[in-house]
Design a protein around this ligand. Structure first.
Ligand code: FAD
Length: 625
């Protein structure tokens, strides 16, 4: 058992102090849960207590010794931390990941000992993940995955375990499952546990010691029944609530009556990359006094300043950029990017300032004006602000990945070089930038803040649901997305990927464990989409049997639907769905081509629209914006 203590802790991002003179002890062998509103500093506090953030002043003691005096491995043997959205390397199995928990116990020349073996076996058993040990992490449900991460932290065999929002993005069954595992561990092994949680009722159920944090200070602490009061709900969460005993556990239960809107205005951030309700809720700005708050804790979208670490031609018409930045540790959704879209900001010729200064990972933003940032940006002269263009993350790698060319986390983006012989200002800017950009050049990218968004993030559209057969259809702009999706697909899925590219030499080696067969369709001067259209029609007629099975899964599909027309010159063709049934199709590329395929699949073949996602990635003759 160990005691973790913060003493007069001051934690800050840049000049903005987030935690002020805070002293706190996590009682030995007990579960402490820290609650607070968005931006209250609760996650920052946990980062400070685990040495992820260096205090401005004050300190943290582990059994009376200053945390900063402990060497890296020594600390990792004594204190485990599970961050909010940890990223696993691609293709890692459950056992491999849990095994990593033993690294702090190994010497310079690692040798796997019987002790390591039993620590891993115990961690797998305690989290009930032993039956999953040979499965790939990406194949598991969110709750199972979270239990595996906890198993990894457990294999570390630390006396203190800190968990930052371990239940975010899980449904209620899995939330309980994860917290039950943590409580069992605490009860059986006496581990000292500190958890940051946003759900007050779950916090009341699982905490021995509850700490309510408000504006970087402790508002109240003690047993849940002492801390959870109507007054605390009002003062800490700006929430008018009635407190009643939880009928299941007898712990206090918070029944919200409604928000106190005069003190805490709620605005939803405008996010051109994704605007799902989940991300909007996660980014609600809460500060009553309208002071600046850390972008990392408030903005679901961040602006990353990236440096080109490598540039490689993939064929006559596509170039791969490897971008690196230490800031990328804050990027992503915490799981495989699949077809994750991001925005590249192609620089204008006369930039006057950093127009994304507020949403840089280390920055502070004004929550009262933040919601307007996109409109404000659009009003700036393009020559100054530049142009926003949509691209796909072809691959994301954490720092230290063997495939990296730099010491930092990296992402790859593949860009089509569609170069018009006549240059029109403001058009084709991304393709021209890609033609000229060299290693060492920098560019800004807007993408998800992995501390605030999860795998359900709206910037990912490939959601096959229960499908066992998939159809992936794309032109060269969708090739990066299809390549990334194929790498993530499990062996249990099969189907076809039809890819139209400008020339035969643009075909690439795509890796997949799945049974999906890839067909390359080199255009070689034919009209865009002609080959793709023919190939989809042929494939669908040859596979009439599989298609009929799909119909049986989705009875509504039996009636052919009259499609409403989408004017692809005036709007974006964007109809996406989470698959249901055994078949799921994902089609992306030039909007006119995708529109014709939509008509064929839905109107002519009667395919259920709930099984198909149609995405116009670009429109012939029209710049992106
Ligand atoms: C979700 C999503 C993901 C995408 N992922 C990728 C990706 O990973 N890689 C990638 O290269 N593109 C990708 N695209 C497509 C890319 O955003 C567009 O091609 C974009 O228009 C390129 O910007 P630009 O400045 O070069 O051309 P714009 O200024 O937007 O357009 C100028 C002119 O070029 C034409 N044009 C645009 N793109 C092409 C093209 N590919 N071939 C021929 N003519 C074109 C337009 O019709 C217009 O007439 C994606 C689009 C979306 C919506």
């Amino acid at each position: 058992m160990a005691l973790l203590e913060a003493q007069h802790l001051h934690l800050a991002y840049d000049r903005r102090e987030v935690v002020h003179d805070l002293s706190l002890s996590l009682p030995e062998g007990r579960i402490t849960i820290i609650v607070g509103a968005n931006g209250s500093g609760k996650s920052t506090l946990l980062r400070g207590m685990s040495r992820l953030l260096t205090p401005r002043s004050g300190g943290v003691l582990l059994d009376g010794r200053a945390l900063h005096s402990l060497r890296g491995k020594e600390l990792a043997r004594r204190l485990g931390l599970l961050p909010q959205t940890p990223i696993a390397p691609d293709g890692v199995t459950v056992r491999e990941l849990v095994t990593r928990g033993r690294y702090p116990h190994q010497g310079l020349f690692p040798q796997w000992s019987a002790e390591d073996e039993s620590a891993v076996a115990e961690a797998l058993a305690a989290t009930r993940t032993d039956a999953l040990q040979d499965r790939l992490l990406e194949e598991l449900s969110g709750g199972q995955r979270q239990r595996v991460w906890i198993a990894m932290a457990l294999a570390q065999q630390t006396e203190v375990l800190l968990l930052d929002e371990p239940t975010t993005y899980l449904d209620v069954t899995h939330q309980l499952e994860v917290l039950d595992v943590v409580r069992d561990l605490n009860r059986e092994r006496g581990i000292t546990v500190g958890i940051v949680l946003h759900d007050l009722n779950l916090a009341a159920r699982y905490a021995d010691h509850l700490v309510a944090v408000h504006r970087g200070e402790i508002h109240s602490q003690g047993a849940p029944a002492e801390v959870i009061t109507e007054q605390m709900a009002h003062e800490v969460f700006a929430l008018d609530a009635h407190i009643a005993p939880d009928p299941v556990t007898g712990t206090p239960m918070v029944l919200p009556l409604g928000r106190d809107r005069t003190d805490a205005p709620h605005r939803h951030e405008e996010d051109p990359v994704s605007t799902t309700p989940e991300t909007a809720a996660a980014t609600t700005a809460v500060e009553e006094d309208r002071t600046l708050v850390p972008a990392l804790e408030h903005s679901s979208m961040l602006a990353f300043e990236l440096t080109i670490a490598a540039r490689r031609s993939l064929g006559p018409n596509l170039v791969r950029f490897t971008f690196a930045s230490p800031d990328l540790e804050h990027f992503g959704t915490g799981s495989h990017p699949l077809d994750l879209r991001v925005k590249l900001i192609i620089p204008g010729p006369q930039p006057s300032a950093d127009h994304f200064a507020e949403v840089r990972p280390g920055a502070l933003l004004d929550p009262t004006t933040h919601a307007e940032w996109y409109r404000t940006w659009l009003q700036i002269d393009p020559a100054d602000r530049g142009w926003m263009r949509t691209y796909t993350v072809r691959e994301q790698r954490a720092a230290g990945h063997p495939g990296n060319v730099s010491e930092h986390p990296e992402i790859d983006i593949d860009v089509v070089l569609h170069l018009d012989p006549v240059e029109v200002p403001g058009q084709g800017v991304a393709a021209r930038w890609a033609r000229d950009a060299q290693v060492g050049d920098t560019i800004s990218l807007l993408g998800p803040n992995r501390h605030l968004v999860g795998p359900e993030y709206g910037g990912i559209e490939f959601r096959p649901g229960t499908a066992r057969t998939v159809l992936l259809v794309g032109d060269e702009t969708a090739l990066p997305a299809v390549g990334s999706i194929l790498e993530a697909l499990p062996a249990s899925l099969s189907g076809h990927a039809l890819l139209e590219v400008p020339e035969a030499a643009d075909a690439q080696q795509l890796l997949t464990r799945s049974g999906v067969q890839v067909t390359w369709l080199p255009r070689e001067g034919r009209p865009h989409g002609e080959l793709l259209d023919a190939a989809v029609r042929e494939l669908m007629s040859e596979n009439a049997q599989a298609f009929r099975d799909a119909e049986a899964d989705a009875p509504a599909a039996a009636q052919r639907e009259e499609l409403e027309d989408v004017d692809v010159d005036a709007t974006i063709l964007w109809e996406t769905t989470t698959g249901h049934g055994t078949f799921y199709a994902w089609l992306a590329g030039e909007a006119g081509v995708i529109k014709a395929l939509r008509r064929h699949l839905v109107s002519e073949l009667g395919l259920d629209r709930k099984q198909v996602s149609f995405m116009g990635y670009w429109r012939q003759g029209r710049p992106e914006n």
